[in-house]
Design a protein around this ligand. Structure first.
Ligand code: AMP
Ligand code: ZN
Length: 472
């Protein structure tokens, strides 16, 4: 597989540290507000990467933090803690809003078929890990104390700007203005590892530390959590492109200074979702959420398809017009697939070249739009039976996760689609029954027929295969 690596800024062959084992770390949400569909673009593309690695036989462990402390309104360590600002806005405690927005985030992910990472760790669970890492950095001479805070000394590194230069407009999301110069810093690029002093004395969450009561900087969270769960070597680190600098640059600085050797091999960054006003951002307000899309009659999976149709390394502009078109194509596609018969034999030989095309697309730096085209190619193929088509589409959908076999959805002209778990369940039972019959496993076939009967489903044998309808 070829992946673009921000470290080196080239496409590179993906070779993990250990054979088929992949450790993958994702910067999780800062839970002071709902995730917007821009944040979710990043999580959708990371989900595709994880699933494609699994599809390719890698044993993936995916780790995600939840930022519930320390992310200030400017990524350059100034301003108020975003969590505190969120708590004030809603007249709640920081922990109350963290819980509420963490749950909301995972609900959105579920609607978009984004798998929950294997390990999810809120930053506030790991205070001792942060303190340990900061202590080691001080011992090794990479950090200093000034004005009550602990800072990382970037002048101790040969090359701090590891990713090279980015265009400022690619990086900036949200509030990056009003960066008051911090007089304590020895170098402009130094960053805070531990705060005991800030302008905002009402910081709600503080912990004892060797440097006084305080709280961690945002960057140390991701380094410590990732090292805690994946050890000294990380294969892939993901995030939106705005995280490349300063967040990921700082993560590399402190992780490698702490470990004393190179740390993460591949840096996977997703470009921004923009709207008419520019980059979508929580702090700007007026952003779009999954719930808002649903209220306007859109299926969250139509948004997933919208994201898959463009490459993750290109900025994507959202508009309702484009989403309308994609939703129509999505419903058409689902209904075309629903019309595929459930009976037929499968000739594995015939599937090979289609699988190869899908792999070629995805192996080429995760070309998801070409991956989607492979689904259409399968549907069009004259040499494939309906069962063969279903089988291939089911396999590709493991990665694309568009619920392509969900069964018929309502009117193609309406932009409201029925999320029909029931349809899907029935279709799957019919397929299992057909397989049982093919294998002359009559007892399973009969049991499934009974189960369908209990659900008031009538099976009708037609020359095109088995169809079903609800008992009248
Ligand atoms: P946050 O909750 O602000 O910490 O951001 C969560 C993730 O969303 C991070 O990986 C960000 O880089 C990413 N992100 C923020 N804004 C956008 C955007 N407009 N488009 C795509 N990803 C974004
Ligand atoms: Zn992070």
């Amino acid at each position: 597989m070829i992946l673009y690596n921000t470290l080196g800024q080239t496409k590179q062959e993906f070779i993990p540290y250990k054979d088929k084992k992949v450790n993958m770390y994702t910067c999780g949400p800062t839970v002071y507000h709902f995730a917007h569909i821009g944040n979710l673009r990043t999580y959708i593309m990371e989900d595709v990467l994880e699933k494609y690695l699994r599809y390719s036989g890698y044993d993936v462990t995916r780790i995600m933090n939840i930022t519930d402390v320390g992310h200030l309104s400017s990524d350059a360590d100034t301003g108020e803690d975003k969590m505190l600002a969120g708590a004030k806005r809603e007249h709640k405690t920081v922990m109350e809003i963290a819980k509420f927005y963490t749950e909301a985030f995972f609900e959105d992910c579920k609607k978009l078929n984004i798998k929950t990472p294997d390990i999810v760790e809120p930053a506030t669970n790991c205070i001792n890990d942060f303190i340990n890492m900061v202590s080691v950095l001080l011992e090794k001479g990479y950090a200093y104390i000034a004005g009550g805070n602990v800072y990382f000394d970037t002048s101790k590194l040969d090359n701090y700007y590891v990713f090279g230069n980015f265009k400022e407009e690619d990086l900036a999301v949200g509030v990056r203005d009003s960066v008051d110069a911090d007089e304590n810093k020895k170098n402009k690029s130094d960053f805070v590892l531990w705060f005991t002093k800030s302008k905002f004395e009402d910081q709600e969450l503080k912990w004892e530390s060797p440097w006084g009561m305080g709280y961690p900087g945002w960057h140390i969270e991701c380094s410590a959590i990732s090292i805690k769960h994946s050890g000294e070597h990380l294969d892939i680190h993901c995030g939106g492109i705005d995280n490349a600098f300063p967040h990921h640059t700082n993560e590399i600085a402190q992780s490698e200074a702490f470990l004393g050797h190179p740390w993460c091999k591949y840096w996977f960054h997703v470009l921004h979702l923009n709207d008419a006003r520019g980059k979508m951002s929580k702090s700007k307000g007026g952003f779009l959420t999954v719930s808002l899309l649903e209220e306007n009659g859109y299926d969250p999976l139509a948004y997933r398809m919208f994201c898959l149709q463009s490459h993750y390394r290109k900025p994507l502009t959202f508009s309702y017009d484009s989403l309308d078109n994609i939703q129509k194509s999505y419903i058409k596609l689902i209904n075309r697939i629903a019309n595929l018969k459930c009976e037929d034999t499968v000739n594995e030989e015939k599937l090979i070249s289609y699988r190869e095309s899908f792999r070629n697309a995805m192996d080429n730096d995760l070309n998801t739009s070409l991956g989607l085209t492979c689904v259409y190619d399968v549907l069009k193929a004259d040499n494939l039976s309906d069962s063969e088509k279903r089988k291939l589409i089911k396999e590709f959908d493991y990665v694309l996760s568009l619920d392509l076999l969900r069964g018929k959805t309502s009117s193609e002209n309406s932009n409201i689609s029925v999320s029909d778990d029931f349809n899907r369940e029935i279709e799957e039972l019919i397929i299992k029954r057909n397989e049982a019959r093919k294998n002359k496993d009559w007892s399973t076939a009969d049991a499934i027929r009974d189960e369908l009967k209990a659900k008031k489903i009538v099976l009708i044998d037609t020359p095109q295969g088995v169809k079903w309808e609800l008992e009248k």
